[in-house]
Design a protein around this ligand. Sequence first.
Ligand code: ZN
Length: 455
Amino acid sequence: MLFLFCLFLQTEPNLVQSLKNEALANQPTFNSLTELCRVAPKRLSGSAGAEIAVQWAKAEMKALGLENVRLEAVQVPHWERGPVEALRFQDAKLAETFPLPVTALGGSVGTNGPLTAQVIEVQSFEELQKKAALAKGKFIFFNRAFDNTLANPFEAYSGAVNQRSRGAIEAAKVGAIGAIVRSMTNRLDDYPHTGAMRYDENIPQIPSLAVSTLGAERLSHLLKRDPNLKLEMELSCQTFPDTTSYNVVGELKGSQFPEQILVVGGHLDAWDLAQGAHDDGAGVCQSMHALGLLKKTGFIPKRTLRVVCFMNEENGLRGGRGYYEQHLAEMDRHVLAMESDRGGFTPRGFGTDASGPVMEAFRQIVAELSEIGADHIELGHGGADIGPMAKSGVIQVGYIPDAQRYFDFHHAATDTIDGVNPRELELGTVAMAAFLYRAAGLENLPKNPVTHESE
Ligand SMILES: [Zn+2]
């Protein structure tokens, strides 16, 4: 008995211990992320930085010894912010005393010189409807804050983000000439947060920007004193023709069922205000190094692990959609997809759309991760880039780190490498690597029902 026990110890070193020791001793994910932030700090789709990031990711995968490393072309949008971004009170004294830090929302049209107008503040699209008769020729100021009573900041984000994504459409519908949106964050500070916004082809395109939360408070306060105050808005952003970019792909071949694929990824593109350290440099580096850690420690998975650094999650999702379309013929061999796109914070666990026996198997997998605090599992989804694969029944898994600080950094100038804790980041890689290794080794890993594959 004792002999068998020793034999077991000899032939099966502890998975989580081995991965953790390697990751925390050498910090491969953090070193990689530091390098990405240094060589391609600004990498919005279509930019020169995005192409540097693509070449960097390819070289990094090769350096890790991954197989079948390749670029897969996708057409992506190309929008540039431009040098002029301003919102100020028309009154010079007010403008000096009460600054309004702003940033254009991604995809916004420019103003073509300064626009001057009065402002209508609203908390919701319903309130805007009630004030529709007053809106013509004005700026609409969407000032609904995050609900800070919610424990999960992602729920607060969901409750506020339609102001950013649809604000310009709703404002233009009632004749407004510009949209001002309170930044999407729990914090009160003076960093504006950008993010994607949309237009409707049947509705005039008006410029749209985000103001810092403190700026929003100042503006709201002064509008209560004087509702007739005028603001000047100026943006020089513009959209260029679509351009070619790439998803970056590499593999760790499975030892027993190499034809069956588990995808893991994050998005390589990032907003241009900072370095995209948490969003989503952390996710792409964790995904690559999850495979790197397994290889280094000798844990070769039974099924193939394929890492994908997706392009263009932030303003188009062309990488996620393109991957799905280009690989439709082998979707039956894709069994699971995992995404890390919630920042490089302390691990908590995973969300998944799996059910029944697969969910039971996942529960047993995460139980092994209690030592690093990643033993939580909940019903949820995976991530935007892997989302299209759900149509083909590919099990979705989302890596979940602690969420409390994510929106301090999300899409703002604060998202730099100094905001990333190396140990928290590495433990996330360990959690992902261990989960993937165990899932790839499950005897039964049936997919979810296929919904509408051929769409
Ligand atoms: Zn992201």
